[in-house]
Design a protein. Structure first.
Length: 315
C-alpha cells in the first residue's frame, strides 16, 4: 500500500505539543440536507440535485426544541441549499426568537423561484444574516466550479438583496460573502481579498456587502474525488500541511460549535459530518443533547483538519 506523503494531522499536533479541545460552545450549525440545485466541484458534502437526504419536519422540531432548552449565541443554517428544504420557513421562524444571531447560508442561485420572496420576507423581519457563496470575481472560474450561468444569476440576486437593504450601510441587514480558491491551493489573505471584492463588486456592478470570508477547499466529498481523479490528493494535503499555522487552532470552529446533520445526529463540525466522525467520537442524536459540551472535551480530528489550519485558517 502506498503511504501518504504528508504527516497525519494528529501527529502534527503531537509533534508541536498541541491538543485540539473544546472552548466555550456557543454556536449550533444546522445542516438542512444534501439537496442542492448545484453540484459544485469543491463541495465537501457532495450535495446536489436528486439527493434524498433532507431534514424532515420532526428533526426540524427537535432542532428548535434543542435551541429552546440550551442557549446558543449563534445559529447557522446550512446545506445543501437550505432554501430547498420544504420546512425552511418553520425552521427560520422557530429559531429566530431563540438566538440573537441567526445565519442563513445560501449559494445565491437557490434563492429563486416561487418561494424566494417568502423566505426573504421572513429573513428581513427576523434580521437573519445571509452568508452567500461567491467563490470568485472571475466568471469563468466561478462557472468552472459551479456550472454555466451561475455568475450572472449570483450578481442579479446580490443586487436584489442590496435593494432589500442587505449589505447596505443604512439597511441594517447583514450580507456576507464566502470565497474559495478555484483549485487545489491555499487561499491568499482574507483582508486583501475582501478589499478587492469590495472594490470590484462596487465599481463594476454596484454591489455592496458587509464581510468576506475566504476558506480553503476541504479535501472531502466531491472535492476529494476531483483531487483523486487528477492524482493530486496527496500533493494538495501536503500543501495544506506545509502551511500549518499553530496559531489558527484557537479559532477553528469545532472549538465552539455543534453541527447537527439532516438526520439529527451530532458532529464537531460540518467537515467531520462529511467524514462521518461523530461529535467527541460518540454517536448521539440532538434529542439526547441535554447539556453543551464543556471546555476541555475532546474533538475528533483527521487529515482534512489541515484545511482549517493552513495559513490564516478558518474562523
Ligand atoms: S475539520 Fe472540523 S474538527 Fe478539524 S479543525 Fe476543522 S473544524 Fe476542527
Amino acid at each position: 500500500m502506498k503511504l501518504p506523503i504528508f504527516k497525519p494531522f494528529a501527529q502534527t499536533l503531537e509533534d508541536n505539543a498541541l491538543d485540539l479541545r473544546r472552548g466555550e460552545t456557543h454556536t449550533l450549525q444546522v445542516n438542512t440536507g444534501l439537496l442542492c440545485n448545484l453540484s459544485c466541484r469543491h463541495c465537501h458534502l457532495s450535495a446536489g440535485p436528486g439527493k434524498t437526504e433532507v431534514m424532515e419536519r420532526q428533526t426540524v422540531a427537535a432542532v428548535i426544541a434543542c435551541a429552546r432548552r440550551l442557549s446558543f449565541a449563534v445559529i447557522d443554517i446550512t446545506g445543501g441549499a437550505p432554501e430547498m428544504n420544504p420546512f425552511i420557513l418553520e425552521l427560520l421562524s422557530g429559531l429566530a426568537p431563540l438566538t440573537p444571531r441567526l445565519v442563513l447560508r445560501s449559494n445565491l442561485v437557490a434563492m429563486s423561484g416561487r418561494r424566494r420572496e417568502e423566505i426573504l420576507a421572513l429573513c428581513r423581519v427576523c434580521k437573519v444574516v445571509i452568508t452567500a457563496s461567491f467563490p470568485s470575481l472571475n466568471e469563468a472560474q466561478t462557472e468552472d466550479q459551479r456550472g454555466a450561468g451561475v455568475f450572472a444569476r449570483s450578481l442579479e440576486i446580490l443586487r436584489h438583496l442590496n435593494s432589500l437593504g442587505y449589505g447596505r450601510e443604512a439597511g441594517g441587514l447583514e450580507l456576507n460573502l464566502v470565497s474559495n480558491p478555484a483549485g487545489a491551493f491555499v487561499p491568499s489573505g482574507q483582508q486583501a481579498q475582501e478589499r478587492q471584492f469590495r472594490q470590484v463588486l462596487r465599481s463594476k456592478w454596484g454591489i455592496s456587502f458587509n464581510h468576506l470570508f475566504s476558506f480553503a477547499n476541504v479535501p472531502l466529498g466531491r472535492f476529494r474525488d476531483w483531487l483523486e481523479r487528477r492524482g493530486i490528493y496527496d500533493d494538495y494535503v501536503l500543501r495544506l500541511a506545509n502551511a500549518f499555522n499553530k496559531n489558527s487552532l484557537a479559532g477553528v470552529m469545532c472549538r465552539s460549535l455543534i453541527s447537527v446533520a439532516w438526520d439529527g445526529f451530532l458532529y464537531d463540525c460540518d467537515f467531520n459530518q462529511a467524514a462521518g466522525l461523530s461529535m467527541g467520537g460518540v454517536r448521539r442524536h440532538i434529542n439526547d443533547l441535554r447539556r453543551l459540551p464543556e471546555a476541555g472535551e475532546a474533538i475528533v480530528v483527521d487529515d482534512h483538519c489541515y484545511a482549517c489550519t493552513a495559513g490564516a485558517g478558518f474562523t
